[in-house]
Design a protein around this ligand. Sequence first.
Ligand code: NAD
Ligand code: 3PG
Length: 527
Amino acid sequence: MSKPKVLISDKMDPNAARIFEERGCEVDVITGETPEELKARIGDYQGLAIRSSTTVTPEILDAATNLKVIGRAGIGVDNVDIPYASGKGVVVMNTPFGNSITTAEHAIALIMALARQIPAANEQTQAGEWPKSAFMGVEVTGKVLGLIGAGNIGSIVASRALGLRMKVIAYDPFLTAERAVELGVEKVELDALLERADFISLHTPLTEETRNILSRENLAKTKPGVRIVNCARGGLIDEEALKESLESGHVAGAALDVFAKEPAKDSPLFGTKNFICTPHLGASTTEAQVNVALQVAEQMSDYLVNGGVTNALNMPSLSAEEAPKLAPYMGLAEKLGSLVGQLAHGNLTKISIERSGAAAELNGKPITGAVLSGFMRRYSDTVNMVNAPYLAKERGLDVREIRHDREGVYHTLIRVTVDTEQGQRSVAGTLFGNEAPRLVDIFGIGIEADLKGHMLYIVNEDAPGFIGRIGTLLGENGINIGNFNLGRHKEGGDAVLLLSVDQPIDADVVKQACGLEGVKVVTPLSF
Ligand SMILES: NC(=O)c1ccc[n+]([C@@H]2O[C@H](COP(=O)([O-])OP(=O)(O)OC[C@H]3O[C@@H](n4cnc5c(N)ncnc54)[C@H](O)[C@@H]3O)[C@@H](O)[C@H]2O)c1
Ligand SMILES: O=C(O)[C@H](O)COP(=O)(O)O
């Protein structure tokens, strides 16, 4: 089997390339390309490792015909069109903790730099001015720090600020009262934060709710003399309004690591009094870059080589330990989904996936993804576990997941049921020896079959001589039978025949089989 190929398209610690190679991937490091150059190249790769300089647009994703995973060595993924990637079946993962400490430290550094005007004092001192009386700072001890966003980075900033003896208040709608107590911060509403904070530090992602959270109107509500730090994302602050607030002196200082438009080479804020900035350096320490590079390469190669999924934003996690245990279940689940998709006709609006016995103990999301991936193949050739749940949602398919702790006849069982115009149709399968997938029930008829390769599904009236007739017909058409699997409701009732054959069955053979006495349904299948 050829090795998966990965492209590293942003500047990344060399440990990333080393790990990819050690873990069985081929890797190319090609940074600084234009979107057109990346578009021309991306078709060769299964993995794309990025930081914030590569923007993954629908155009790039359309050209990425072999892409399976995008790995962000860092936190923010606003440079990746995740819904589009999901639709294409591409996993998007990030490294949510690798640079958090470093970024929190940068925020604290900027708070201190603002409090003591260090950049301007440095510049004037080095210019030979010795401006001792020009700079009067403020202590941070006892001051109120208002955090907008108290997730990973915000909470580290809180702990450092508490160490500096600041009083920390936080606005974060998802912060629980218990977590606030644990962090030692006071949970407040946004208006209260704006009114009370001497320093404000932003630590939210850029979303429709957070865009412009420090708008002109909200900046006007801040305490006179407030100092503002943004090490999260450009777009959280109205930059024009910030400039005016700095010029009027209402805002005593602002430090931005991030800008609405990056690279920011000509911001109107440049040159404004009491304004300092850094070029998106929040994550730029040796330690953080080694962390995120190692982590992204480990996660991506784990997915490409073993199927393990960690820190994916569009797919449930699947640990490297779980992956091999789940693999036979995923195979079984996909086959059952595919069987139902091939056999149940008409507009299907509901599918339920039941797990019992040992299967009930497992991580259900990947199993559901695998069932849907098999099932949705009736609609799309490019479906996989990642995009199947999205495609199912798009088609308005109602997906139910049910787990039964009790063990039935089989120690482990997955049952897939769809609602059709003729009523519910259900198939079930187990794993023999915890490994080999076997169909054990098809539409209420007990059977035992390995769903593999080309097959023929026949429903006929249970009567003597039929097996001979179908065997002869296939033989006359030069079709070799690999396996025969039989089941029936009751003697003389409907019988099901699942035949494994060595080649695809064409429409003419299906027609001939339909003409045999007692035959009710003939459907060729492939797995
Ligand atoms: N400057 C840099 O180099 C750099 C480095 C790392 C991370 N970042 C950015 O920092 C930001 C925070 O990262 P994190 O790891 O702490 O993320 P996180 O997901 O752990 O925390 C974000 C917090 O924001 C909160 N939040 C969401 N919507 C909100 C709203 N409307 N109002 C208030 N709070 C809201 C969430 O509840 C969450 O607690 C991200 O945008 C990330 O991209 C920047
Ligand atoms: O979201 C992040 O992780 C930061 O913005 C860091 O971005 P960078 O990797 O481009 O420095």
